[in-house]
Design a protein around this ligand. Sequence first.
Ligand SMILES: [Zn+2]
Length: 155
Amino acid sequence: MDNPSHPLSYYNAYTCPVCRHGKISALALMEAFACNFCRHIFTANLEQQVITMADGQFPLTWYWTGHNWQGMATKNSLGWGYGLGAIAFVVLPTAIMGLGAYLFPPLPGSSLSWFPLAWTGLTFISHLACVLWLLLEYYQLPVFLYLEALRQRSQ
Ligand SMILES: [Zn+2]
């Protein structure tokens, strides 16, 4: 790059801050950018050098440092409280199931002795899947587009 530090402007294309795969460029006659890969739309504020996702559930904002995007905490950003909640949501039921299986072990040799362990594993996986799904929804990550791009690349 001949000029690694250039200000945000409507005349350049930038790596998309959401998918980090496509390029965002200005929409004709509009003070907005659109990604050619994940199709997200961003409104821009050139004075503050920030863009805000316009079509997401949450107004995620990024600051342009001159060569890359820096995520900015918004009022709706996920705080550490949510992180703890998510961890508790996954760990607690699993721990309770595991504890139950430990405190009340099945009779050795009975045909269902595998059941508490399998059930504990299932509890863990299902709760983890819930949390991952919520995260993907929150960040609007184009998972299916990623998979599609990987598939096309491998062909
Ligand atoms: Zn994108």
